[in-house]
Design a protein around this ligand. Sequence first.
Ligand code: NA7
Length: 540
Amino acid sequence: PPNEDILELDAVVVGAGFSGIYTLHRLRNELGLNVKIIDAGSDLGGTWHWNTYPGARVDCSVPTYAFGIEEVYKTWTWTQRYPGQKEFEAYFDHVDKVLSIRKDCIFNTRVVSASFDSESAKWSIETNGGRKVVAQYFVPAVGFAAKQHIPSWKGLDSFKGVIHHSSLWPREPVDVRGKRVAVIGTGSTGVQIIQEWAKEAAETFVFQRTPNFCLPMDQKAFDAADQEKLRDSTAAEFALCQTTSQGLPRAGPNKAFGEMSTEECDQILNEYYDKGGFRLWSGAYNDLLVTPEANRATYDFWAKKTRARIHDPVKRDLLAPLEPPHPFGTKRPSLEQGYYENFNKPNVHLVDTNSNPIVEITPTGIVTRDNKSYEVDIIAIATGFDASTGSLSNMGIHDLNGVDLGERWREGVSTFLGLTVPGFPNMFLPYSVQAPTPFSNGPVFIEHQANFIRDIVKKMKAEGLRTIDPQPAAAQAWRDQVVAISKMTLLPQAKSWYMGANIPGKPVELLYWMAGVPAYRAACQDSIGDKFPVVFICQK
Ligand code: NA7
């Protein structure tokens, strides 16, 4: 008889962000499966639920950083091109009103283990509350930034003031007026916090290890006329996203650096910088991340523009050095709104933790190697994440032989299509490793992967298959491709989270597949065509 204590489902999805919601919607509404999302958070949103730090804002523009589902976008109005976290909370509430997602979510619950039982051909999932769930399909949809990276500084727990990692920030605002504040880290998160705090805090101390090559955000508040225009253009913008390499609503450059005259380059670089957004990162030429000379030309252009905004020569050399520490765009740039001008204020200080690393957190501040002590009231730890593999490797997911996924990936990641892993039948990993993930417009790319998961499940049903499991040879070939593409690019030259290089002991390898979304989509389609029985072990 069925065990009443065990929840029996067709599919379990972990994570209620964009990828979890898309997958639930596709499997539940289009295939009629019984699906639930389990999420450690208390509501929908994933990244947009957790990241409540001051200034949290998307830096990929709407309306296409959103669900491409007509019923959702036709009934929603954005107030600005790059909305903040609060607007996303309201947006996910709207998504729930239209798609009825919350009713199938189990919140405040963390998955602590998942194992596949060959006999029943089902996943058995356990949560921190001791709940057991059994399902044919298992979809950890936890994004790339779910496992925080907090360096193990001496004395970290001794600090008497307010201290939080950016993605564990309290939901009620922390008042910084009249306070001395410190931000450690200058990635996308650090930059956003600094911009916010430098407006109000008495003293702001920025602890920078590597400069972020920030680009101007082309932020815009939408008026009624803009909103009307968006209503007409959104469908076409989403359609355009399907055709472009990054899933953005604009085509990339079609010429290489060497094919352009100096004047042509200058004109495009200036145009892209002035227009703002990630245009300069997408590239004024199509070999920005491949050809060193092309890359350097963009860097030099960027450095000249940025240096002109910073008055103090010491800060200028730290924020936008003449010699780049890594090629342009091989670490993620962020979009800024007056970030550099903040450093012209006398109460915004820049501490170089590259030459003087942090050695200790004391009850009252931060000490660097040169024995300088920075006394502060509030600290934001904006030191990033153990990207992509971190959350998956710590969820207790076991393969057919009982080996943990983290153990399987100890020497390097192996997947087929970045979505499936040999030995983990019927498990799908949207928005994860060895896929275009952070080099794409997230929601647009996720929609494609959710569609693919739906199509593969549909095919399994049509063919009467209980399980599919990628062939080890298919995964090896996929890995070889990721590595080969990586070697063609400049990305390995940066100590970035893309390379796993931000986490001590993590294998250094490019975690993502760089050949663009359309080519990725074609590879997925190919795998469920004639190749299907070759690349997957299929069992009835
Ligand atoms: P990031 O981009 O990983 O940035 C982390 C920052 O913290 C970065 O500036 C790091 O310097 C710095 N860092 C990390 N460890 C240390 C130590 N031990 N000491 C000093 N400084 C340190 O994370 P974010 O949260 O900003 O952004 C994550 C992504 O989320 C973002 O790219 C968007 O896609 C969304 P480093 O550069 O390693 O020298």
